[in-house]
Design a protein around this ligand. Sequence first.
Ligand code: F3S
Length: 641
Amino acid sequence: MGLNIVEKILQNHLATDAKTDAGEIALNIDYTLTQDSTGTLAYLQFESLNIPKVKTKLSVSFVDHNTLQAGFENADDHKYLQTVAEKYGINFSRPGNGICHQVFLERFAVPGMTLIGSDSHTPTAGGMGMIAIGAGGLNIAVAMAGKPYFLKQPKVCKVELVGELAPWATAKDIILELLKRLSVKGGVNTIFEYTGSGVKNLSVPERATITNMGAELGATTSIFPSDEVTKEFLKAQGREDVWTELIADSDAAYDEEVVIDLSALEPLVAKPHSPDNVVPVKELEGTVINQVFIGSCTNSSYMDLMKVAAILKGKNVHPNVSLAIAPGSKQVFTMLAENGALADIINSGARILESACGPCIGMGQAPQSAGISLRTNNRNFKGRSGTADAGIYLVSPEVAAVSAINGVVTDPRTFGEPIIVEMPEKFLTNDNMIIKPREDSKEVEVVRGPNIKALKKYEDMEEQISAKVVLKVEDNITTDDIMPSNASLLPFRSNIPHLANFCFAGVDPDFSERAKQAENGFIIAGDNYGQGSSREHAALVPRFLGIRAVIAKSFARIHYDNLINMGILPLNFANEADYDKLDLNAEVQIKDIKSNLEQAKDKWILTTNEGTEIELKSDFSARQRDVLLAGGLLNYTKKNQ
Ligand code: F3S
């Protein structure tokens, strides 16, 4: 039996000497990436491991989330990130150089390698034929220390793309179609491997749009083959030497299969407030819009923005629409400036933003109250834009640009001939905003401004925890809900005591105070708890507030790992109906915690003060049990050095 691409890469990277069970595999990690909002903690955690230099082939620290430097906090963080990178052998991509995934694709991604990144859209690099997985910052710290990354053995789903995209249908519509079919939970523990005759017609940035938004399926990651298209892209980036062919064997087997006929796709839109709430654009035609944002790690490539520039050329942005555009990288920005496309964009009345995440993470450009904003982003969760009652609609850059001109949602097929943009033979490759690691860094002093707060240390797990239910939440709670990330909070990512005041603020404003008073607390949750961004703070801040266990109907993958990494017990209801038996402020107990973990017992009993017993279950691997016993991954890694 032949191998699929995923099997080929995984086989090459299995850490065979690592202890695994319960369906876990251990992977050797070639590359890591961080972005500023998760990076400060990841590097604080790495520093606490006392290792002189990173042990990965290559690690990159990006600053793209909070580039504003509106107060000293961001500037402190950026200085810390720059000096810590210099000290420990990490590439540093300066603020303004671009969004981590776009820059990584252009300048660092290599087919056949493994990457973990402290950002949930790390799978973007799957467009280059990498196994690229989003993980918590602590996982990145541990990988930089040369330790393997553990994950559940994923299923591999073959996504066969047949035919060619119809005019005005785009890569964005391919992934929106998949979201429509499979939902935000459809990819759990799955790697999507793209194949079929339609693959060769998609450029690397188009493939990256698809793998980027695979994160919204809840997937482990997504991957495309490395073929002639990949080779041409790398050649145009001046990096042809790193290309290797990577294709599935003709008799490769897959666990699941999906077929998408590209010729049948039409322009699609994901309506508020979930990326799988997908309908054809034509259904919403004529809806008045207030704002359009074109950018983000999903759709801000050179090809995307050249199409946008061609649509906007000689036209005017509608007077009732604010159109903001953020080119994904300095490379994209400079090329648009050099070839005149930027002038076409500016001249239309668009507002040009820095090459950074910006509005995608709620940094500026919040829509008006109850506003309707069309965006090329990957997420449209309630409140993420900075305006609680705004509606965010996810679309392709083409739909966004055409609609910005008309002031209403517009099916681009009514606009005229589709725009064709050729891949350039040569991208502009000036890496002067990437500070390379230096050999001799002994003398480098890591600069820690007052916004860099030391990490709190936690004890080993206890045998018994008595606590209050300090919060009860419904299904699909996102990491944004748990730890909001708006413009006023983002500067405090390395200041956990400050963030703790705002934990769950949009869900239950009293939570923080209640948890502080209770000292020890449990959270009760519905399905898919912790979906969305990889934000480690969504586990770290609750731990700081005394949360010891989350009992849910089900968990999202990265968050589940993050809870374990922080020493919080993630347990499932054995009978989901028991969710209704636990109310806010109930006093409950979990006994035999250490013994259960030590004896690998997966059946747990939660007892209420009234004596009601509720059965809980777990399926921890041996390593996860050891991490929980140690009180978290940092303690565990230190003990096992
Ligand atoms: Fe940045 Fe938004 Fe992507 S925050 S990394 S552009 S999902």
